[in-house]
Design a protein around this ligand. Structure first.
Ligand SMILES: [Zn+2]
Length: 250
């Protein structure tokens, strides 16, 4: 009986795989109408990167975010962009985001291949490796804006607020990460219950966490702090609102 059942399950599995394959091949054969209209084929060049100021880049990112909010993303020919990107990369910014799957960074700013560097870690905190990546992005690869982008309803921040004992569940690395967020909780006026159920408080911690990360980056990297003083780069905090898709620069 059990054997028969397993055979039936395997057969069902094979059937659904075959059906899925059929669907994929149908999608492949259909030309993507939007792409065939007027897709962006070029990528950012060294010359374009060189003439953009940090404020112009932030302006472009804000415009891109408006496209995302209004569900009007630019169509791109990714195959052509991928080919062009083989000669090098000249991204205009580096974004440090949380790992949250609901924060699709490139889409949020309506960007494609070669446009930005993206670093991701739960709770968008900085560490040496991330600041090293930012030093590469700015001082070596010419990006002029560093954005630390927190987001509403951040699970990492919520667990830090609620003092979740990850170490007790044998997740020592996660515990270390949550502990990194805790100083931002201490920086935040309690304003009611210190709990992730207190949405206003949680949002304030999320804001403070992004702002603190910006300051930590400046403190960790004298090189980037100097580039910022000279007006060559800008290091800013922003918050992505998951409900509206809007990014608010702080
Ligand atoms: Zn998060």
């Amino acid at each position: 009986m059990i054997k028969k059942l397993s055979i039936a399950i395997i057969a069902l599995g094979i059937m659904s795989c075959t059906e899925a394959k059929k669907e994929i091949s149908v999608v492949k054969d259909e030309p993507n109408e939007a792409i065939t209209q007027n897709p962006v084929r070029s990528i950012l060049t060294a010359e374009e990167q060189a003439i953009l100021s940090p404020d112009e880049i932030i302006g472009r990112l804000k415009n891109g975010n408006e496209n995302f909010v209004s569900n009007n993303l630019t169509q791109r020919d990714h195959s052509e962009q991928r080919r062009m990107a083989m000669i090098g990369q000249y991204p205009k910014a580096i974004v440090l985001s949380c790992v949250d799957s609901r924060v699709p960074v490139e889409d949020v700013f309506d960007l494609g291949i070669g446009d930005i560097f993206v670093a991701r870690v739960a709770g968008n905190i900085e560490n040496k490796d991330i600041v090293g990546s930012m030093e590469f992005a700015t001082a070596v690869a010419g990006s002029k804006v560093v954005i630390v982008m927190g987001h509403t309803a951040c699970g990492a921040v919520k667990h830090a607020i609620d003092n979740t004992d990850a170490a007790a569940m044998e997740m020592n690395a996660l515990q270390d990460l949550l502990d990194e967020i805790k100083p931002s909780i201490a920086l935040t006026e309690p304003n009611g219950e210190v709990s992730s159920k207190n949405e206003a408080f949680t949002n304030s911690v999320i804001n403070n966490n992004a702002l603190k990360t910006v300051n930590d980056i400046r403190a960790t990297s004298p090189k980037m702090a100097q580039l910022e003083k000279e007006g060559k780069i800008k290091i800013v905090a922003a918050i992505y609102d998951m409900a509206t898709g809007k990014v608010k620069f702080m």
